[in-house]
Design a protein around this ligand. Structure first.
Ligand SMILES: [Zn+2]
Ligand SMILES: [Zn+2]
Length: 396
């Protein structure tokens, strides 16, 4: 199909922009993506796909069964917006106060719909199956985990899965890949230090939780530098400290809250157990009690290196090797990690930055926007990846 592939995709550009803007105007938060999932289902049905709704509450799954037998490949988009106001003065700005597509998930949905439109127009060329996964609640709700638990990777069994995120740090027209680790495990902890309050002038008859907190904060920061192999990655940030009411009172309690990031499951375990040990040690040395709560967030996102190579190769065929960059992992989190725990696949980035148009703001900013050229571009990249994986030879 060669050049005609690009032509065919660019013919749908206005339609892609229209869909993205419709979704952008009506952002919905995690597990509330009712209008978005209705819009998706209606298009998938029009394209003649098998459609299943209601997975993980608002998830939608589409299936295209090829004429000939082959492997099953899945592609995934997240649908949720963020609880924040949009500042952008654009005709397609959010119409819902306190909600905004500031992470580009509107683009992810649109791109996958474009891929569905393309393959439904060439059903005779498809061998094997293509599955479209639209999941709710990536922004903290773990919609991906629920989709996996509810069997999205079965019937038919998915052999490989691919997902992408728009990337404001890369110019539109470029793809970023992670060879293996892409995003970090993102866990949370809370420590309550329980001492004994009293008069600030008589510390000897109280148990000061503030002094204990000071030592604890310092000692926790020795964990990454002294317990973790310098060639591994880890971050511990204490983002909240609260306790005390006045300068002349020793309080009863102090609370610390923090986040722990890592790229390796054994480092993840080590960080957790060392924070707990250090906490108990400080508690003993200051005669206070400590309550330690640790909450696992999304796991490390680990790409299959073979599948990442495939993404790099497939995309290079369309945009040249020079436009495919190998990225260093990020210490952010992403629930696509749950799919990759079950099946091989790769998560990659689609550049959406355009300095000429002033599209430079990071995601989760109230000024975030994308260069809409990323819509047809993303469609092309996914088509090339599916083409390469299923061996269809239609992308040229
Ligand atoms: Zn986000
Ligand atoms: Zn996102």
């Amino acid at each position: 199909m060669g050049n005609t592939l690009k032509e065919k995709i660019y013919e749908m550009k206005d339609w892609l922009v229209e869909i993205r803007r419709t979704i952008h105007r009506h952002p919905e938060l995690g597990f509330e993506e009712v209008e978005t999932s209705t819009l998706i289902s209606e298009w998938l049905q029009k394209f003649g796909l098998e459609v299943k709704r209601g997975m993980a509450k608002t998830g939608v799954v589409g299936l295209l069964k090829g004429k000939n037998p082959g492997r099953t490949v899945a592609i995934r988009a997240d649908m949720d917006a963020l609880p924040m106001d949009e500042i952008n003065q654009v005709p397609y700005a959010s119409q819902i106060k306190g909600k905004m597509h500031a992470c580009g998930h509107d683009a992810h949905v649109t791109i996958l719909l474009g891929v569905a439109r393309f393959f439904s127009s060439v059903p005779d060329h498809v061998k094997g199956n293509i599955k479209w996964v639209f999941q709710p609640a990536e922004e903290g709700g773990g919609g991906g985990r629920i989709m996996v638990e509810e069997g999205v990777l079965e019937n038919p069994k998915v052999d490989a899965i691919f997902g992408a995120h728009v990337f404001p740090f890369l110019s539109v027209g470029k793809v970023g890949i992670y060879e293996r680790e892409g995003l970090a495990a993102a866990d949370r902890f809370a420590i309550k230090i329980i001492g004994k309050g009293g008069h600030a002038a008589s510390p000897h008859v109280s148990k000061d939780p503030i002094l204990a907190a000071g030592h604890l904060i310092t000692q926790i920061h020795s964990i990454v530098s002294r317990n973790i192999n310098p060639l591994e990655s880890g971050v511990i940030t204490i983002g909240k400290v609260s306790g005390g009411t006045a300068s002349n009172i020793i309080p009863d309690e102090v609370e610390l809250m923090g986040t722990v990031r890592s790229l390796n499951p054994s480092v993840r375990e080590e960080l957790k157990s060392r924070i707990e040990q250090v906490t108990q040690g400080v508690a003993r040395s200051f005669s206070v009690h400590c309550r330690f709560d640790f909450e696992n967030g999304y796991p490390v996102l680990i790409n299959d290196s073979e599948m990442s190579r495939l993404v790099g190769l497939a995309c290079s065929k369309g945009i040249g090797k020079e436009n495919v960059e190998v990225l260093k992992p990020s210490m952010g989190g992403e629930d696509f990690a749950y799919y990759l725990e079950k099946v091989p696949g790769s998560f990659f980035r689609l550049g959406c930055r355009n300095e000429g148009k002033g599209i430079v703001h990071p995601y989760h900013s109230s000024l975030f926007d994308i260069d809409e050229e990323v819509l047809p571009f993303g469609v092309e990249m996914f088509i090339r990846i599916i083409d390469q994986y299923l061996g269809l030879e239609i992308a040229g």
